[in-house]
Write a protein that binds this ligand. Structure first.
Ligand code: PAF
Length: 286
């Protein structure tokens, strides 16, 4: 017989709302960590941070079909619910919301959030419908759980800016927090998709972080932004990646930057190694 868990799992919006209402009535505060499952140490950091910002933490686990293009990995996306619940429980999460597709997108569903600003370019050039799917499901999750705070990894930096902008623009009564990326010892950012890396690709993958780190240090030291970015692009390609983009952008608006005076700078990269597409990003210090 399975050991009873300290984390409650619910599958419907009605059960989720009922639990949140009970907590609210008892004066508790609520943090939400939206995920697609396949939880790793990066998610654990998000869930632990959630506990620091509210008395109750909720994790949602939903592989959202609308953010995958027909050519992408929806069918083979890792699904590890029991292990995910163990990790969420270990991180002190009180409730897991695990809806199915029909619960999230009932018959007749016809609404999509329309985006511009930080959603333009970068990922959108390669995954044109991705952020509409993300923003729509996040807007739904925020409406369903009505949390005080919602936490997202800085690993998906453009997503974090898109969601932050959406919450502000739609006056959603929630604080959006970004939590720093968790990395392997060699610098590779943790991602649920790292399981797809072959041993050879895994060995080459830290080159992404190395290239960003070198460019960030050079720019912080006064080097030309365009030249530093170009050097980083060459380093990524030389390491065996097919490069989708490597760009220097304004850290909040994600508009292109040409000079340090254009504002705080974030370097963002997406590149493919073998059959796996990786993304990463890094702040330019100062
Ligand atoms: O970052 C993710 O895992 C997903 O994009 C999110 C925010 C859970 C929406 O499906």
């Amino acid at each position: 017989m399975a050991t009873p868990r300290n984390i409650r799992t619910v599958h419907t919006v009605a059960e989720l709302r009922e639990q949140v209402a009970r907590w609210r009535a008892a004066g508790e505060t609520v943090a939400l960590v939206p995920t697609m499952g396949a939880l790793h140490a990066g998610h654990v950091a998000l869930m632990e941070a959630a506990k620091a910002h509210a008395t109750r933490a909720i994790v949602s686990i939903f592989v959202n079909p609308t953010q995958f293009a027909p050519t992408e990995d929806l069918g083979r996306y890792p699904r590890t619910l029991e292990a995910d619940l163990d990790k969420a429980e270990g991180a002190g999460v009180a409730l897991a919301f695990v809806p199915d597709v029909a619960e999230m997108y009932p018959e007749g569903f016809a609404t999509t959030v329309s985006l511009s600003g930080p959603a333009l370019g970068l990922e959108t050039d390669f995954r044109p419908t991705h952020f509409a799917g993300v923003a729509t499901v996040v807007a739904k999750l925020l409406g369903q759980a009505a949390p005080d705070v919602a936490l997202f990894g800085q690993k998906d930096y453009q997503q974090l800016q898109v969601v932050t902008r959406m919450a502000r623009d739609l006056d959603l009564p929630v604080r959006i927090l970004g939590v720093p990326t968790v990395r392997e010892a060699d610098g590779l950012a943790l991602s649920s998709r790292n399981v797809y890396l072959s041993p050879e690709d895994r060995a080459g993958a830290p080159a992404l972080h190395r290239a960003l780190s070198a460019a960030a240090a050079d720019i912080a030291g006064g080097a030309d932004i365009a030249a530093s970015v170009e050097t980083a692009r060459h380093a990524v390609i030389a390491a065996g990646f097919a490069l989708d983009y490597l760009e220097a952008r304004h850290a909040a608006t994600l508009a292109p930057v040409a000079a340090r005076s254009d504002g705080p700078i974030r370097l963002l990269v997406a590149a493919r190694i073998g059959a796996t597409r990786l993304i990463d990003n890094l702040a330019v210090p100062g």
